[in-house]
Design a protein around this ligand. Structure first.
Ligand SMILES: [Zn+2]
Length: 350
């Protein structure tokens, strides 16, 4: 999507273009020089995070956790979370051991006592392909520390959950437990609900856009399984199954059911382009395409990715993936979450 062409630009065009170019070339957080083979570099990478903490926080994590965890790759997570199974022969360190090891690693001494090895051997993100960009992001430590239990693309409760026509929610009638009403403009009669961290991110994003005179609205957000039954059946009745499947998910296969997805509108543009391809030309669509990743959102269904995502382009459908993943996808120029997670295309229900 083109970054230029805001119709309501309040600043000189050259200035805005320069800003957009800067945003689009935003360097990968944490730097690319981080090496798993070098303990000192890993620690350097982790310690370098706080300066950009606000833009790097994934999934609404609290900032202090980043600066207080200059630990090893396997231990740079909240110790309270249940650890994922580790590779054979590895022994998770107790919290006290982690703290004790950190100064040792900072000294740069590399010997057999270092608890660094296993990181690249075991896929970090359950369900994601080994060697995928998603795995690389977390293995490289450019992603800030967070609960390891969140690193799972199979569970509908996790922010990294992948939902498509070959990857349904399990259980299919899953209901999130922490839905809240985001304090943002609404653009429909639907009562907006999002998972709490996605709601907080949406509030920050909508406020930032509003400061530039762009008034984003929520048209649709969390939808229950039963609501999706009605939505999908409505499309089928109106257009038939094939057309319905290109624009609406079947119940149990919708990102909206996770509470991490929302459809947006543009209050200044009227409703003529709501849920229509011309929405791509609105200021709201162009703004979120450029800046959404800063707040953890990606435009989930992009043009050119139809055979991968299984859906026609939807410039209004945003998916919350967390700041580090959303920004990494943008920096790498990967336009579908399927490719980013290293999973097969999902053009149909099979
Ligand atoms: Zn949607």
């Amino acid at each position: 999507m083109q970054a230029a062409g805001f119709r309501r630009a309040r600043r000189p065009r050259q200035t805005r273009m320069a800003r957009l170019k800067r945003e689009l070339s935003w360097p990968r957080p944490g730097g690319v020089a981080i090496s798993l083979a070098g303990a000192a570099l890993v620690v350097t990478g982790v310690l370098a995070l706080p300066s950009e903490a606000d833009s790097l926080l994934p999934f609404g994590a609290a900032a202090p956790a980043i600066s207080q965890s200059p630990t090893t790759p396997d231990t740079a997570v909240a110790p309270a979370s249940p650890p994922l199974p580790t590779g054979p022969g590895t022994t998770p360190l107790a919290a006290s051991q982690q703290d004790a090891e950190a100064p040792f690693l900072l000294s740069g001494a590399g010997n057999s006592l270092s608890p660094l090895p296993e990181v690249t051997a075991t896929p970090l993100i359950a369900g994601s392909a080994a060697g995928s960009p998603l795995q690389e992001l977390f293995a490289s430590r450019t992603a800030p520390p967070m609960e390891k239990a969140l690193w799972d693309i199979n569970s509908p409760a996790r922010p990294l959950v992948l939902v498509n026509k070959r990857h349904s929610l399990l259980p299919q009638r899953y209901v999130p437990t922490d839905l809240v009403v985001p304090r943002v403009l609404t653009g429909s009669a639907e009562h907006p609900l999002l998972r709490s961290e996605a709601a907080a991110a949406a509030e920050r994003m909508f406020a930032a856009a509003a400061r530039e005179g762009i008034n984003i609205t929520i048209k649709s957000s969390y939808r229950s399984y039963d609501t999706q039954v009605s939505v999908y059946n409505g499309y089928v009745a109106a257009k038939g199954v094939a057309a319905a499947d290109s624009t609406s998910a079947r119940p149990g296969f919708s990102e909206h059911q996770t509470g991490f997805a929302m459809d947006i509108g543009d209050a200044n543009a009227g409703t003529a382009c709501d849920f229509a391809s011309c929405f791509a030309s609105t200021n709201a669509a162009q703004w979120v395409a450029v800046y959404g990743a800063r707040y953890g959102f990606v435009v989930r269904y992009l043009p050119g990715e139809e055979s991968v995502t299984g859906y026609l382009a939807e410039p209004w459908h945003l998916r919350y993936l967390g700041v580090s993943v959303a920004q990494d996808m943008k920096v790498r120029g990967i336009h579908s979450y399927e490719k980013y997670a290293g999973l097969p295309a999902a053009p149909d229900y099979k």
